[in-house]
Design a protein. Sequence first.
Length: 148
Amino acid sequence: MRGKKPKERKNHMLRMEDGTFVEVSREVYLEWHQSRRRERYQKERKRKNRVCSYDELERAGSITVPVSDSLEEAAVRNFCREKVREVMVHLPAEDAQLMYFLYFQEMPVKEIAKLYGCSRRTIQNRRERILNNLRMEMQKIGIRDGCF
């Protein structure tokens, strides 16, 4: 275990949520403190990088989760998905693969750049170009402003 080690003691006590203390073994005590440090580290990184989970946004009231879609909304969304598939079939193989990595595999741009052997900015520029092309193709077939 890295970091400051707790003092050697005969008894190791953990405070429970209700305020009571429970005696535990040294291994449990050390693991509990390590997990707490991990949690603090993750929260700090999220705050530093301005990362926010879907659940946090929902709790804050920034977004609302639809309880259920109407039959009409589901039909429109399925129609739009079919049109996107039709348009994506016409993409060059390398562009389609990039979109697959970005949006279906949810790979980070940095990782994809390493895979392709180019810079992160190159991948971002290619993504913008591909999305603009897809948008124009979708507008040609009558779909505007993203329907899903």
